[in-house]
Design a protein around this ligand. Structure first.
Ligand code: AHR
Length: 494
């Protein structure tokens, strides 16, 4: 049976401009993301800095705009100064977060050269786990201070001009080195933010929100931290990872329902703090870790006993269903563009990543690469506030949810609809009108008769978006039929 749904959109009803920072990613010194991922000096494609050009070209193709660096849990024990100066004199350290060894071959200057080649902005995460205000000021001085001070002169060259700084990482999590209570962290975040602002008032500072919406302190954490740091910060972070638990694909396909709820809960909390403080300032969300992650497999794996450099950690293989969920999470992020103005898919290479790379071997696109790349390229102009009329289906975790989810972006002359069909068995016919005499510019479909199909080193293009042909335009009305478990992007000239 074919289900039927419709979208109602009006180019005059705008949510917000598309923020390019929605298409951020994340490079953590973890597993094979840096070493054996972006960096492998012995690889045939490596440049003089040791950066793999095959990986870099995929990063550019993916349309990544922003990269959070250097962690993650790693940053909460990291000494940034280990990664500067002559490489041969840099210390090897223990990384407690991932029970591995950090050689410090790649540090700030190398990473900033990589980021310049990739054409991405850097979001720099500060260590507020084992360190505090002084070290945050020091790394800021190294990164951004013009010449004439001790640390800016050690940098040499122009300041890097980084705008966005994360004030620590997941400080609400008991697993975090230097984990704190909301009150302890809120004080430290406020003090660090005020000191950084004395150095450079225009910085964009991100306080840690909850590590996920199931944390027992979710909501209370954000309220306490923001009460203490409201005037000093610009963003509160959000992190969310999704996986099919106990084979429950119905709920997994509806992960964006949880992301929507996460965003509306955090903005409501931030706005209620604003009301209590009588502040007109609005705190936005930096959704700086999100993805599909088969986390329970990692949690059930034995704890490593060896101390290795760049061990293989959480190198998830993504299938078609995972890619559809990634596409739907991007729909959710875009829908909230009025408050989610930066987001980072975690991570970029090898570690729960859209790009995979083998040592001395090839790099390839996982299934999840494709919805990201297409959304980054096609989401332009402004996000529209659309209404969706859709049949629903039952999920164990989220109750009844719409089968179809969608978002639209518009700029003069073109309109793009991104849509998912979450039904596992039924195709859904989707109808919408855009006014005028629209013509199809391009349309792509990610779906497969086998929703478990993956891309591998041997068959890297097993799953790629196909030109979407099941589209008819009748006057100003567009009719498309989405197969089960499908993500699509449809761009019209208007
Ligand atoms: O992305 C992997 C890890 O997930 C990050 O290091 C941490 O911040 C989060 O828990």
């Amino acid at each position: 049976m074919t289900l039927r749904a419709s979208l109602h959109l009006d180019p005059a009803r705008v949510v917000a401009p598309v923020s390019r920072r929605t298409f951020g990613s994340f490079v953590e010194h973890m597993g094979r993301c840096v070493y054996g991922g972006i960096y492998e000096p012995s690889h045939p494609s490596a440049d003089a800095d040791g950066f793999r050009q095959d990986v870099l070209s995929l990063v550019r193709e993916m349309g990544v705009s922003l990269v959070r660096y250097p962690g993650g849990n790693f940053v909460s024990g990291y000494r940034w100064e280990d990664g500067i100066g002559p490489v041969e004199s840099r210390p090897v350290r223990r990384d407690l977060a991932w029970h591995s060894l950090e050689t410090n071959e790649v540090g700030i200057d190398e990473f900033m050269r990589w980021a310049a080649q990739a054409g991405v902005e850097v979001m720099y995460a500060l260590n507020l786990g084992t360190r505090g205000v002084q070290e945050a000021l020091d790394v800021h001085e190294y990164l951004n201070q013009p010449e004439g001070t001790h640390l800016s002169d050690r940098r040499g060259g122009k300041p890097y001009g980084i705008s966005m700084f994360c004030l620590g990482n997941e400080m609400d999590g008991p697993w975090q080195t230097g984990h704190k209570t909301a009150h302890e962290y809120g004080r430290l975040a406020a003090e660090t933010a005020r000191a950084l602002r004395s150095a450079e008032p225009g910085l964009e500072l991100i306080a840690c929100g909850s590590s996920n919406s199931a944390m027992p302190t979710f909501g209370a954490w954000e309220a306490t931290v923001l009460e203490l740091a409201y005037d000093a910060v610009d963003y509160i972070s959000a992190h969310a990872y999704y996986e099919p638990l106990d084979g429950d694909l119905a709920s997994f396909l509806a992960s964006a329902v949880d992301m929507d709820h996460f965003v509306t809960s955090v903005t409501a909390t931030a706005d209620s703090v604003a009301a209590r403080l009588k502040s007109k300032k609005r705190i936005n969300i930096s959704f700086d870790e999100w993805n599909v992650w088969y986390l329970s497999r990692f949690q059930n794996a034995p704890t490593p006993t060896e101390w290795e450099v760049a061990p293989r950690v959480i190198e998830d293989h993504y299938n078609v269903t995972d890619a559809v969920v990634v596409g739907s999470l991007l729909i959710s992020l875009l829908r909230h563009s009025d408050r989610v103005t930066a987001a980072c898919q975690a991570q970029l290479v090898n570690v729960i990543a859209p790009i995979r790379a083998e040592s001395s071997g090839p790099a390839w696109r996982q299934t999840t690469f494709h919805p990201f790349a297409l959304t980054s390229r096609l989401a332009t102009g402004e996000v529209l506030d659309i209404q969706i009329d859709s049949p629903t289906y039952a999920t164990p975790r989220f109750g009844d949810v719409p089968v179809i989810d969608a978002v639209a972006t518009h700029e003069p002359g073109s309109l793009t609809v991104f849509a998912v069909n979450r039904s596992q068995n039924e195709p859904t016919e989707l109808t919408f009108s855009v006014g005028g005499a629209p013509e199809l510019a391009e349309a792509w479909l990610l779906a497969d008769a086998d929703p478990t199909a993956t891309n591998t080193q041997e068959n890297p293009d097993r799953v790629i978006p196909q030109p979407f042909e099941d589209i008819t335009i009748d006057g100003d009305t567009i009719r498309v039929t989405l197969p089960p478990i499908a993500w699509a992007a449809i761009r019209l000239t208007t």
